[in-house]
Design a protein around this ligand. Structure first.
Ligand code: GLN
Length: 389
């Protein structure tokens, strides 16, 4: 019998998404895979209804429907502070997941090196394996999750083709400062390296922190491939609308990759989402205060449960320190937590290259009542653990 490919042997199915299935099995409060349990804006659902009735129902133009591209170019130019041409600088993808994969495939060759900060978002591990690249991991040290400048320079000395920056960071909640980004920019320039950014949490950055778009740093637009999506900003993770923004040269390559990977993102969903891209500034301010409130509420519940955590600067995740439980296997711990305490988390070890079993990741993109229920259950964590050990 023929074997499955070698490349599929080096990574497992997504643990984040497996935790959702485990959570469902035990009827736990699912704070593992990051997606809201509240509704997207009503106007968007109305637009979707209109699109259902009036179309389009056939393929959109491969790299994005013209009205979607135009609205997205306007919105991103406004926030990124750089001119973006709808027909030259954008490819619309099936979520940021495809955007990242297409970005990597567009600029990285097999056996090229790619710098990945650790901890890193789970997908980057599989992404680098699937494109045959060799990751160089650079440690981000908790609690600030900052990098050692010397270590990063040493990584660049290995001549990587690209570096991946997730900002604001998943799972860390780290927001890179402008100084940190300028240092990375100087290395990227010196070593002629592509910079691939994952900025899906661009609008969820808690004050006084500020999001800096890497592409907007001096001279960086030409070497940055900015990936993001509408999933988190408009609470539509299931619509799978993402995009790549880059120079025309990169976009010409990315268009080809995307064309053969997926043909295109769903046409009726692009049509409906145009409305969101024209939302005014007040929408983004409300989104931020909505998440600032959720963060405050959830951190208070963690305090009440006497759990230690790293206060996130952005995104909607929090790394909880479980070192007091002397966990040998945090995957097993998270399964136990879902089963016996009724709250699902993601084992932190899946995000680290290093063998670190002392964190679990919760997300707080949930209704207040859901978070309160999780908080109530977490109060029982210690006594349940004592019975278990
Ligand atoms: N980005 C979310 C997370 O980290 C969901 C990922 C996914 O399943 N696509 O949990």
């Amino acid at each position: 019998m023929a074997n499955v490919s070698e490349r599929t042997k080096f990574f497992t199915e997504s643990v984040i998404r497996r935790m959702t299935r485990i959570s469902n099995e035990y009827n736990a409060v699912n704070l593992s895979q990051g997606f809201p349990d509240f509704e997207p804006p009503l106007e968007l659902k109305e637009e979707l209804q209109k699109a259902a009735l009036n179309g389009p129902h056939q393929y959109a133009i491969t790299w994005g429907a013209p009205n979607f591209l135009e609205a997205l170019a306007k919105k991103q130019s406004r926030f990124m502070g750089i001119p973006i041409e709808p027909q030259k600088n954008i490819v619309v993808t099936c979520g940021s997941t495809e955007a990242m994969m297409a970005a990597l495939m567009s600029v990285v060759n097999p056996n090229d090196k790619v710098i990945v900060f650790s901890p890193f978002y789970e997908n980057y591990g599989a992404d680098t394996i699937l494109i045959g690249a060799v990751p160089i991991y650079v440690h981000l040290t908790p609690p600030s999750f900052s990098f050692d400048k010397k270590a990063l320079r040493e990584a660049f000395l290995q001549r990587p083709k690209a570096i991946i920056i997730c900002n604001p960071g998943n799972p860390t909640g780290k927001v890179f400062s402008e100084d940190e980004l300028l240092y990375i920019a100087s290395l990227a320039e010196e070593f002629d390296t592509w910079v691939i950014t994952d900025e899906v949490y661009e609008h969820i950055v808690y004050r006084p922190h500020k999001h800096t778009y890497f592409a907007s740093l001096p001279n960086m637009f030409k070497r940055t491939i900015s990936c993001s999506s509408l999933s988190k900003t408009y609470s539509i993770t299931g619509w799978r609308l993402g995009y790549i923004i880059a120079s025309e040269e990169v976009i010409n390559a990315a268009r080809k990759v995307h064309d053969f990977l997926t043909v295109g993102a769903a046409a009726p969903l692009q049509e409906a989402a145009v409305k969101a891209l024209y939302f005014e500034d007040s929408y983004y301010e409300e989104l931020l205060s909505h998440y600032a409130h959720k963060k405050e509420l959830f951190l208070k519940l963690l305090d009440e449960a006497n759990l230690k955590y790293i206060d996130p600067e952005g995104a909607y995740y929090v790394m909880v320190d479980i070192s007091e439980f002397n966990v040998k296997d945090d995957v097993e711990f998270c399964e136990w937590l879902a089963r016996e305490v009724g709250v699902a988390a993601v084992p932190g070890s899946i995000f680290f290259k290093e063998n670190i079993q002392s964190f679990i990741r919760f997300h707080f993109a949930k209704k207040d009542e859901t978070l309160l229920e999780a908080g109530k259950r977490l109060l029982r964590l210690r006594s349940a653990r004592k019975r278990y050990v």
